[in-house]
Design a protein around this ligand. Structure first.
Ligand code: NAI
Ligand code: MG
Length: 376
């Protein structure tokens, strides 16, 4: 019997609906071409618009509905809040603040579904040039494993004496032995499956002498279970320098929620554009569905212009297929992405002139084996 996967699609805000629509088309084409599995999509309209209408991003019982699916295909969340400090000073008009949207939708899914490992592969695709001088594609091939359930984004802290001169705000970073152990095991496993078997543990234990020291200690303990994996340790500030100056010295990288959030944006930029970078929010125990999304946000500066780069979403879709066990389909999809990028059919963020629709149409042709058009 042919396997049918049920995928919950949550396009949400900004360019999210544009890139998820492209991703759904490509995934459907892959399934149809191979004929070895089927994909059924259920669309959820959870977004900042829904929040503005109903006061909720996720309706009552929403997570129960979500859990019934094999995986979640997510766009981006974030309303067009004014970002510049100048704008914020000139006018207090604010849409849904970012901390409300992020906690209302993305983190409200990742945390209860225990998607504790966030995986972010980065490499330089054919036809794409790194902004790093002399950086060849083989020099930058990384997987960043981000702690995705606690750390700096644990959600603990508070504000008191609001509006007073002595107003106080705390943001507590939470590190638990359980949380670090399960994440380190996942990171070592990931490193072990890659040819170089090298894991770099990112830390800041010189300045942060409690949580980050536990982080280092647990990394060392778990490392004993993986004698075949080489480990090194980097302070997060020095890590940014190493990523830029010696990209070929890195392979698999594990870092906290906040550190990896920042490092992976840098990684995406070094590989060419934030518009190509994928993410998988995994529950490695497979008790709950995992969630797959491009790294980028809702990009209101280009929303509706039809120029959003769909490659991050296609790569994300390939990661989703691999997680579902469809390795052949995943490879096929990535081969098509590489063909299209290699032929220079890219959006303006990569220096091209193609639209989201052009890139998607070229992908569909490539997947279906339609011969390349001349003069393109
Ligand atoms: P952003 O990723 O939305 O945009 C940063 C820059 O990259 C913009 O100039 C944008 O045009 C460009 N860009 C992003 N994706 C692109 C694509 N696919 N193709 C071409 N160009 C692309 O980050 P920003 O501006 O910091 O955040 C905007 C909103 O998105 C905020 O509300 C933020 O909270 C939210 N956000 C949501 C995320 C999520 O849902 N996982 C992740 C990051 C930000
Ligand atoms: Mg980020």
């Amino acid at each position: 019997m042919i396997e049918t996967y049920s995928i919950a699609a949550i396009p949400a805000d900004g360019i999210g609906p544009e890139v998820i629509a492209a991703g759904v088309e490509v995934l459907s084409a892959i399934a149809e071409t191979l004929g070895t599995f089927k994909i059924e999509f259920t669309h959820f309209d959870w977004s900042s618009d829904t929040y503005k209408k109903t006061g909720k991003y996720i309706p009552d019982g929403g997570l129960v509905q979500l859990k019934k699916h094999d995986a979640i295909f997510f766009g981006a969340v974030g309303a067009p809040e004014r970002h510049s400090i100048v704008d914020m000073r000139a006018d207090a008009r604010v849409d849904v603040p970012d901390h409300i949207s992020l906690w209302g939708l993305r983190l409200a899914i990742c945390q209860p579904l225990q998607q504790y490992a966030n995986v972010r592969p980065t490499r330089i695709l054919p036809g794409i040039t790194s902004p790093l001088r002399n950086c060849k594609p083989q020099d930058l091939d990384w997987v960043i494993v981000r702690e995705n359930s606690e750390g700096e984004y644990a959600g603990q802290g508070g504000r008191s004496h609001r509006g007073c001169a002595w107003e106080t705000a705390t943001e507590l970073a939470v590190f638990t032995r359980h949380g670090i152990t399960r994440l380190m095991r996942f990171a070592f496993e990931t490193a072990r499956q890659r040819p170089r078997k090298l894991l770099t543990v990112v830390t800041k234990s010189n300045a942060q002498r409690n949580g980050m020291v536990l982080w280092d200690e647990v990394a060392a303990e778990v490392g004993k279970e993986f004698p075949d994996v080489a480990v090194d340790k980097m302070l997060v500030d020095a890590m940014t320098v190493r990523m830029v100056q010696k990209p070929d010295s890195l392979d698999t990288i594990v870092a906290t929620n906040l550190h990896a959030d920042i490092l992976s944006d840098l990684a995406a930029a070094l590989a060419g554009s934030i518009g190509i970078a994928p993410t998988a929010n995994l529950d490695p125990t497979r008790q709950h569905p995992s969630m797959f999304e491009p790294i980028h946000g809702s990009a209101f500066d280009i929303t509706g212009q039809g120029i959003a780069n769909p490659v991050a979403t296609f790569w994300t879709a390939a990661e989703m297929l691999a997680w579902l066990g469809e390795a052949e389909a995943s490879t096929l999809l990535m081969n098509s992405v590489e063909n299209i990028c290699g032929r220079g059919i890219v959006t303006p963020d990569l220096g091209g002139t193609a639209t989201t629709k052009d890139v998607t149409a070229a992908m569909l042709d490539d997947i279906k084996g339609v011969p390349e058009k001349t003069g393109q």
